[in-house]
Design a protein around this ligand. Structure first.
Ligand code: ADP
Ligand code: MG
Length: 352
């Protein structure tokens, strides 16, 4: 995809937010493009909600610029921004019907009753709640209430819809179902979705692109596949998916892990100390030939469609390594010693 300036809807440029001594957001740059599903993902406390609140206008940056559709947003109050927020906790009015909840914003903007009702029903239908207009929120399941909240945000047809961990209170099954529905709804509307979550799996599943935030700083922006395959830092490698981070040394174009452990080509990495990321599912059980390492299986977790092993390598200077074997077979038992191969193209190398 090529970027033309008009593709960009929201632009953050060196955005900082300080609360007294606390730096919540520490100079953040990223763009949200028109119509895309963009996630901001990172651990609890890394500054996600603060960033979202600055885009919505509920907080002002201490420094830096946020442009909405090319315009500096500094002077634009929250209610005049073309953004709408779906809250972390459900915030439906219990005394109003589902339909009245959805229409609430339209009423405030002065639309007449008939048009309001028709818009409300259109968006209830979009979230798969045809015929629920006259129900009360407490007659609905948690997932349905979530969809009402979504319809209420969508009905104003904002160019950006902002989500702050909207699925975090749902159980796993409902969360998975809502993920699929969110994706489908996003495809049906014109606006961009900006989605904040600590759950990397949700972010990977839903996003066209995502930014990984760590302690108020963006470590990487990209498509989920890019970030997973080519993480920009050990933090990203570890946070997005699971990985083994192993200490190594580069010498003359070769990386060696641990104290004289297995080696592989160093690519562009310069001589010196490095950190090596090796995804558990990329490590193979060795049947023949020379293994990369051998070790005792100290833990084994059967997970149905895959089995996770924690292996204590015999190589000096290596911590236990996690290996995931796909499929229902469990070729090694706990307490056994296994031989493992790390193919040369698997490790990602970071200069220390
Ligand atoms: P996240 O949403 O990623 O969990 P937040 O943006 O809520 O993170 O918070 C980032 C940091 O800023 C945290 O250390 C938090 O305690 C701090 N923080 C957030 N809001 C305030 C506030 N109103 N006053 C002081 N500190 C705050
Ligand atoms: Mg938050």
């Amino acid at each position: 995809m090529t970027d033309s300036p008009t593709d960009v809807l929201v632009e953050l440029d060196g955005v900082r937010k300080e609360y007294g001594d606390v730096t919540a957001v520490d100079g953040v740059d990223f763009d949200i493009r028109r119509g895309e599903f963009f996630s901001l993902v990172g651990p609890s406390g890394c500054g996600k909600t603060t960033t979202l609140r600055m885009i919505s206008g509920f907080e002002r940056p201490t420094d830096g610029t946020i442009r909405l559709d090319g315009r500096d947003s500094e002077a634009v109050p929250p209610n005049e921004r073309d953004t709408n927020l779906v809250f972390q906790h459900l915030s439906l009015f219990p005394h109003m019907t589902v339909g009245e909840n959805v229409e609430y914003g339209l009423k405030k903007s002065g639309m007449d009753a008939e048009e309001r009702r028709s818009k409300s029903e259109e968006y209830l239908s979009l979230v798969d709640l045809d015929g629920y207009y006259d129900r009360k929120p407490n007659e609905l399941s948690g997932g349905q209430q979530q969809r009402v909240a979504l319809a209420r945000a969508l009905v104003n047809e904002p160019s950006v819809l902002l989500f702050d961990e909207p699925l975090s209170s749902l159980d796993r099954k409902l969360r998975k179902q809502m993920q699929v529905e969110l994706r489908e709804i996003h495809e049906k509307v014109d606006g961009s979705f900006f989605y904040v979550t600590h759950d990397q799996e949700v972010a990977m599943t839903l996003s066209d692109r995502m930014a990984v935030l760590n302690e108020g700083r963006v470590e990487q922006v990209g498509r989920p596949e890019e970030i997973y395959r080519e993480p920009a830092s050990p933090f990203v490698a570890d946070f997005i998916g699971d990985t083994n981070l192993v200490a190594g040394t580069v010498n003359g174009g070769t990386v060696t892990v641990g104290d004289g452990g297995f080696s592989f080509p160093a690519g562009d990495a310069a001589d010196g100390d490095v950190t090596v990321s090796i995804r558990p599912e990329d490590i193979e059980i060795s049947d023949s030939g020379t293994p990369s390492f051998e070790g005792e299986v100290v833990e084994r977790y059967f997970q149905g469609d895959q089995t996770q092993y924690v292996v204590d390598p015999e190589t000096a200077g290596l911590d236990p390594i996690t290996v995931v074997v796909k499929g229902r077979e469990t070729p090694i038992e706990q307490g056994d010693t296994g031989s493992f191969v790390v193919p040369d193209d698997v490790p990602v190398v970071f200069d220390d």
